[in-house]
Write a protein that binds this ligand. Structure first.
Ligand code: UTP
Length: 294
């Protein structure tokens, strides 16, 4: 039986340049979808999958992301005085009871691989998961929980994958795929941001990973890849002789919330995902919007 990961890393130290000016003073990870910020959706997905230890890799300029999970004594006091139990419950921000939270700084945004490397001491010598908060996946069973179920049988390094149009391969890490068994795909190679002409497939890695601790030694070479950044895809590829890699074709709808259109689409989808009665007003408004702006 493969060791079950209990720690999850949230790299939240990027620049958010594609979402400027919204992300000038507010971190991308704090932008809301429906009633909660992206970082909370990610934490809830990990909590649902049974993770207990939440590690945030933050930038010196974006400390408010982890602060979302700090106690808020002024709100607590005021809401308690008003006996507003419903609002008090919401202050927990999706954290399960007994959750352990840690924060580590990435001094400079040198790339996703470097951000993950920054968490090495907190993770230690055990498998762990990574969630990229701006990839939001909507499904009854969270993407990470789906992956964990498959990982029990495979072990190794696992990446969530989705088919993208050929012209989009240059935005993602792309896998070369071998045999497929249900949702699990044997990965025979990985390449970061290939052009459509050189891409080995249209299977793109999206923001969910289960990784073995050997990855930290590989990352510590600080090898720069696409965009002159230290890429996690390259480190996973470099380890392939020693650690098997699996793609996981998850179920659900992914929203790229690192871009304004993706965040807007996620807001509509999550807004509509409650029962029909509660969403009647939103549906009426959307109808009006389509009539007037469509
Ligand atoms: P992105 O590729 O979306 O980069 O990173 P970004 O910097 O956030 O956004 P743009 O490209 O400037 O618009 C995916 C995730 O990895 C984190 C980001 O915060 C995001 O959650 N990341 C990226 C880091 O923590 N550190 C880095 O050096 C790079």
């Amino acid at each position: 039986m493969n060791q079950r990961p209990t720690k999850v890393v949230f790299p939240v130290a990027g620049l958010g340049a594609r979402f400027l000016p919204a992300t000038k003073a507010v971190a991308k990870e704090l932008l809301p979808v429906a009633d909660r910020p992206l970082i909370q959706w990610a934490v809830e997905e990990a909590a649902e999958a049974g993770f207990e230890h939440f590690i945030f890799v933050t930038s010196p300029h974006k400390s408010a992301v982890a602060a979302h999970f700090d106690p808020a004594p002024h709100l607590q006091e005021n809401l308690s005085a008003r006996d507003n139990q419903a609002a008090l419950e919401l202050l927990k921000a999706g954290l399960p009871d007994g959750a352990k939270i840690d924060e580590v700084e990435q001094a400079e945004p040198l790339g996703l691989g470097h951000a993950i490397w920054c968490a090495r001491e907190l993770v230690g010598n055990e498998p762990f998961a990574v969630i990229l908060v701006d990839d939001l996946v909507h499904h009854e069973t969270g993407c990470l929980q789906q992956m964990l179920q498959a990982y029990r049988g495979t072990g190794g390094n696992m990446v969530a994958v989705e088919t993208v149009p050929p012209e989009d391969t240059q935005k993602y890490g792309i896998i070369a795929s071998g045999r497929q068994n249900g949702a699990v795909i044997d990965v025979t190679g990985l390449v970061e941001k290939p052009s459509p002409e050189t891409a080995p497939s249209q299977l793109a890695i999206i923001g969910r990973y289960i990784l073995q601790p050997e990855i930290f030694a590989t990352l510590s070479a600080f090898k720069k890849g696409a965009g002159n950044e230290i890429q996690i895809t390259d480190a996973i590829a470099d380890l392939m002789g020693d650690v098997s890699v699996y793609g996981f074709a998850f179920q659900g709808t992914r929203f790229d919330c690192g871009m304004p259109d993706g965040l807007l689409a996620a807001n509509v989808a999550y807004g509509l995902s409650k029962d029909r009665e509660k969403t009647a007003e939103l549906r009426r408004k959307l109808q009006l919007i389509l009539e007037n702006f469509g």
